[in-house]
Design a protein around this ligand. Structure first.
Ligand code: AHG
Ligand code: MN
Ligand code: MN
Length: 340
């Protein structure tokens, strides 16, 4: 049987009362923007899109040409449809208002336009991550404060991976669905419904080079995994690290695993590397909707009330039993009053 397209899927969701016409349009527009980004990524050196843009974002990171281009594509695509009240992005210091000449809608869109920037120039998968919130009632010109809502308030979240194929993974709060870009037809047929992350896993994803900076419970957990069959876990574990969160999370959604970007003490002022609002929250929503878990090592990511748009958090997500175990190690160490 021919798979249904993203458009058909969204229309069915609207008919079932799960989304309204504006949210349907919003997802369609984001998918269209992802298609354009996918084309730009796919052109590589031929499109003149590789390398640095020579500018810095608010986090002090050097922007790549594709970071800037992807941000522009998402901004331009979302400005005029009337479905948004405002947007915010990793690549912009402050929220971006919808120009006055266009009607405004009830949603806020937050995104990481290009995740895994360090992999652009080496032809490894990168992606886009997005999260959708409602604009608080009565707010006409949403500022940063309007965005500072816990992840539990997300009405939709998703990501695209620009890999050997381009996939779009989406949750509207009722399971996780995967669409694959048909490059000839230009649409996104539904290729997997209701993805489930196995509760157990023998695969972990972490940047091991930071090990000396980790907190003791984190070191304990990884040392136990590395000890394999003869250690306390009694079995061997395998490691994978793409260094594009989208690609690592997509592997976990496909076959299980645990992804960790822990707090490290290299820079004590920095509570983690990944950003809460456009990396951790959308991924946590997707992972929970697929039966997995997502914590900071101490608390559920989706319960955090953000203090800032570009706030960073430690991230532990994926197969439930592993996330619960390592979270338990942190909480036990805190209870015992162990120094970090
Ligand atoms: P971004 O490219 O949007 O700044 O995000 C990069 C993130 C994430 O994708 C990845 O998991 C992590 O940084 C990679 O970090 P390492 O450089 O420590 O491998
Ligand atoms: Mn990112
Ligand atoms: Mn990015």
């Amino acid at each position: 049987m021919k798979p249904i397209s993203l458009t058909q899927f969204l229309i069915e969701q609207q008919r079932e009362g799960r989304i309204n016409a504006d949210l349907r349009l919003l997802i369609e527009v984001v998918a269209r923007a992802c298609k354009r980004i996918s084309i730009a990524v796919g052109k590589g050196a031929l499109g003149g899109v590789l390398g640095s843009a020579g500018t810095e974002n608010v986090q002090g990171e050097t922007q790549k040409k594709l970071d800037v281009l992807s941000n522009e594509i998402l901004l331009e695509a979302n400005a005029w449809g009337g479905h948004l009240a405002a947007l915010a992005s990793e690549e912009m210091d402050d929220p971006h208002p919808i120009p006055d000449r266009y009607p405004k809608g009830e949603y806020l869109l937050v995104f990481d336009p290009l995740d895994g920037s360090s992999n652009i120039d080496v032809n490894i998968s990168v992606g886009t991550i997005f999260s959708v919130l409602r604009c608080p009632e009565g707010v006409k010109n949403p500022d940063e404060k309007a965005f500072l809502q816990p992840g539990t308030q997300q009405v939709a979240a998703g990501y695209a991976v620009y890999g050997s194929s381009t996939v779009l993974v989406l949750t509207l709060g009722d399971g996780v669905h995967q669409f694959t870009l048909d490059r000839e037809q230009g649409n996104f047929p539904l290729t997997h419904s209701r993805l489930r992350i196995p509760e157990d896993t023998s695969e972990f994803a972490i940047n091991m080079s930071n090990m000396r900076h980790w907190e003791p419970p984190m070191r304990r957990y990884i040392e136990e995994l590395l000890a394999g069959k003869t250690g306390p876990r009694g079995r061997d574990f395998n490691m994978r690290w793409v260094a594009s969160m989208v690609a690592d999370v997509h592997r976990i959604l496909t076959r299980g695993g645990i992804f960790i970007y822990p707090r490290d003490l290299k820079d004590p002022g920095k509570p983690g590397k990944l950003r809460l609002m456009y990396e951790a929250n959308p991924m946590a929503f997707i992972v929970e909707q697929a039966g997995g878990a997502a914590t900071t090592g101490r608390e559920r990511i989706l319960d955090i009330t953000p203090a800032q748009l570009h706030q960073r958090v430690p991230v532990f997500l994926g197969s439930k039993n592993e996330v619960e175990r390592v979270t338990g190690y942190h909480l036990a160490a805190d209870r015992a009053g162990e120094p970090a």
